[in-house]
Design a protein around this ligand. Structure first.
Ligand code: PXG
Length: 454
């Protein structure tokens, strides 16, 4: 693309396109970056820059860019049957096969799938499905969801309400009623001198305290990301989720694992609930389900929920035009075939994940980095003013943006939340690319330190 074409597109964009999660006035002044091509772990922009995408698009391109098989499957399905709905007692073959495949892949008795177009929509479905589940058992008052402060569950009314981002709640009168939040585990901020096990128990106890405060007969479900992504890759202590599971069982509260980021191999297991060793009743899926090649989300739910809905639920008054869109489900099946046949998840657990962790931890030795955390192939660097104190910058988020922009100039895409630099590369990253990532990140940290006069 030549410069004048790029300019023209940027002007069109500024005039007519409202970007999600953007300061659009600032964006219009600066001009949007236009991405034009992707191959493996790299993307190219309109200026011709080749960028190592250590963020897999937006936590989603697990198999990497440019896999022609997915395009071929989509084209074939479009030609054969571009669309049919799953309402009125019908559906299509790829949608049935994907439901079966997900039942096989997900742990325990998560044997039932409902399809949406996104993670946000899937969480909307879960809110309504769970409240309905209790209501048809003559317990309509058991309708409260507990989520976590700074959790992210999407951007729709229910998704943003279940999430605990205060900035999102401020816009649009959220959260909607009967949704409460507890503090998540983030040892760097409030772990004090506690060891991992003790901190895990203390954080899980926050859920028990909240359930007792609200009354167990009021609490329908607890929802959480196994590893909190958007807020800064908060990796909980190993025992946290097992403790949470015990508490949910004790008070008969349904346990919802939002695996939108963690699912499909991100932690080196197919799902992070396997990584942490707990069994959710309901699971949210999106992103890696198609490696981002086409929009798709899903709710997986267990036999208990399915039985109640089947025997007492009547008609589920809920569904999207594109629930189980055959092109999307066909692409998901092909994506899963590639993940399985090329043993991409196993490779992450047994090989490349270890190498990435080793080199990521080396970045933790940089003077600017207070903590380098990583699980499988998702991680963060916490940038700090004065190592080894576990303290944040006074003005949070400024240094993160400086570092992100410098990394970009060095050909590396990292996301910044506050002053955490986030890592979530395609799972097909090679050893050479891990080294490239390390070199570019180290250089960017040096230049960030220099920019701060350190
Ligand atoms: N749950 C989780 C855990 C997510 O990370 C969603 C639900 C919503 O999915 P959809 O498909 O509706 O976007 C997400 C999405 C960021 C960022 O800034 C993260 C997400 C989306 C947009 C931005 O890190 N995660």
């Amino acid at each position: 693309m030549d410069q004048s074409q790029t300019r023209e597109l940027q002007q069109l964009d500024a005039a007519h396109h409202l970007h999600p999660f953007n300061d659009n006035a600032a964006l219009a002044k600066r001009g949007t970056r236009i991405l034009t091509r992707g191959e493996g772990c790299y993307v190219w922009d309109a200026e011709g820059n080749k960028l190592l995408d250590a963020f897999a698009g937006l936590w989603c391109v697990n198999i990497g860019y440019g896999r022609k098989e997915l395009g071929a499957v989509a084209a074939r399905q479009m030609e054969q049957l571009a669309y049919y709905n799953s309402f009125f007692m019908c559906t299509t073959e790829p949608t049935i096969r994907l439901a079966g495949k997900l039942a096989e892949l997900t742990p325990g008795d998560l044997n039932h799938a409902f399809f949406s177009n996104s993670g946000s929509e899937a969480n909307d479905t879960i809110l309504r499905m769970v409240r309905h589940f209790w209501a048809v058992q003559d317990r309509p008052q058991k309708n409260i969801f507990i989520g976590r402060n700074n959790g992210y569950h999407g951007s729709t009314m229910a998704g943003a309400s279940l999430g605990g981002m205060k900035g999102m709640h401020k816009q649009g009168g959220l959260p909607i009623p009967d949704i409460h939040h507890i503090d998540p585990p983030f040892w760097f901020a409030d772990g004090g001198d506690m060891g991992e096990e003790e901190y895990g128990r203390v954080c899980a106890k926050r859920l028990e305290d909240k359930i007792l405060e609200l009354g167990p007969d009021r609490v329908a479900a607890f929802i959480g990301e196994p590893i909190m992504g958007a807020i800064g890759v908060y990796i909980p202590p190993k025992n946290y989720w097992q403790e949470i599971e015990k508490i949910c069982r004790k008070y008969d509260v349904l346990l919802v694992a939002d695996e939108v980021i963690c699912g499909f191999g991100r932690t080196g297991e197919w799902f992070a609930s396997q990584y942490f060793g707990f069994q959710p009743d309901i699971m949210t899926l999106a992103k890696g389900i198609t490696s981002g090649y086409i929009p798709l989300g899903a709710v997986m739910f267990n036999d208990r929920v399915a039985k109640v809905l089947a025997e007492r639920g009547g008609e589920l008054a809920h569904g999207y035009t594109y629930s189980g869109h055959p092109v999307c489900t066909a692409v998901a099946l092909e994506n899963i075939r590639i993940l399985e046949e090329e043993r991409i998840v196993d490779r992450c657990r047994d090989d490349i994940g270890h190498y990435l962790a080793q080199r990521w931890k080396e970045l933790g030795e940089h003077a600017l980095v207070g903590e380098a955390r990583i699980a499988g192939m998702v991680g963060a660097l916490e940038l700090v003013p004065a190592k080894p104190e576990r303290r944040f910058f006074d003005e949070r988020g400024k240094v993160g943006v400086i570092c992100r922009d410098i990394a970009l100039r060095n050909g590396l895409i990292l996301r910044a939340t506050n002053d955490s630099m986030l890592l979530s590369p395609p799972l097909v990253l090679s050893r050479e690319q891990v080294d490239e990532l390390f070199e570019k990140a180290w250089k960017s940290l040096n230049e960030t330190a220099a920019a701060l006069g350190r």
